[in-house]
Design a protein around this ligand. Structure first.
Ligand SMILES: [Zn+2]
Ligand SMILES: [Zn+2]
Length: 244
């Protein structure tokens, strides 16, 4: 089910026709539907809620495609990098507990994953929205601290040798981050005093940014640039346009 949000008018089309969906009448996409496309006027992004009734409902902002020919409905949402970054940051850190500079560091890291991954990770999309790629939430509300963290770091990615690194990160490093070469970037083992002092066990793979560490360092007054320099000593925050 595709629901217009607020006063949005959904411009829908398939191989046979074009039509508008608005108000409280959702559009139901069946498994045997032809390839269906939904956008705002003139192909612009639009906000709508996708729902599997009784299972999940989530709001997205973008242009929506529902490819035909599958035994299931598989929505593909195209969105710009900054919108996607806000959606990922909202999913990655506990929004009400995470300080601004931890969210800003996460925004740079997630933007680097989005822009630095290179080849698509799925046949019909660059990413899926499960932990296989990057988990997504609904777009950040305009005045939210997430939106502010994304705006404050707009277009900024982690770069090494003129290349965006698809930066790895995990929930807790356990005291030392993992070292090694991956995707051309050398991860240096970094001592994380937060996990050491607070005896936080490793959660996740332990490469790159430690989210527990980043949140506590931000509470202690560290800025997002200092947090990134600590966990990615071989990378530099750079504007996306200059890095690639
Ligand atoms: Zn995936
Ligand atoms: Zn840590």
């Amino acid at each position: 089910m595709v629901h217009p949000v607020g006063s949005a008018r959904l411009h829908c089309s398939d191989s046979r026709r074009r039509w508008i969906v608005e108000g409280n009448e959702p559009l139901c996409i069946a498994t045997n539907a032809p390839h269906t496309r939904i956008s705002g006027p003139d192909g612009a992004p639009v906000i709508c809620a996708l729902e599997v009734p009784g299972v999940i409902r989530r709001t997205f902002k973008g242009v929506f495609e529902f490819p035909a020919g599958a035994e299931y409905v598989l929505p593909v949402v195209s969105m710009d990098c900054e919108t996607a970054t806000g959606c990922v940051v909202g999913a990655e850190l506990p929004v009400f507990a995470a300080p601004f500079h931890a969210l800003a560091a996460q925004a740079v890291v997630s933007r680097s994953v989005i822009c630095g991954t290179g080849s698509p990770r799925h046949a019909i999309a660059d990413f899926c929205d499960t932990t296989h790629c990057q988990f997504l939430r609904s777009p950040a509300a305009r005045a939210s601290v997430i939106a502010q963290a994304v705006a404050a770091t707009c277009g900024c990615v982690l770069a090494d040798n003129g290349r965006v690194i698809p930066a790895r990160y995990s929930a807790a490093c356990g005291g030392w981050t993992q070292g090694g070469l991956e995707n051309g970037y050398r991860y240096v083992p970094v001592r994380c005093e937060v996990c050491s002092e607070q005896r936080i066990a490793q959660r996740g793979h332990g490469w790159g940014l430690c989210q527990e560490g980043a949140m506590e360092l931000a509470r202690r007054g560290w800025g997002w640039r200092a947090i990134l320099a600590k966990y990615y000593p071989n990378a530099t925050p750079a504007p996306l346009t200059g890095a690639v």
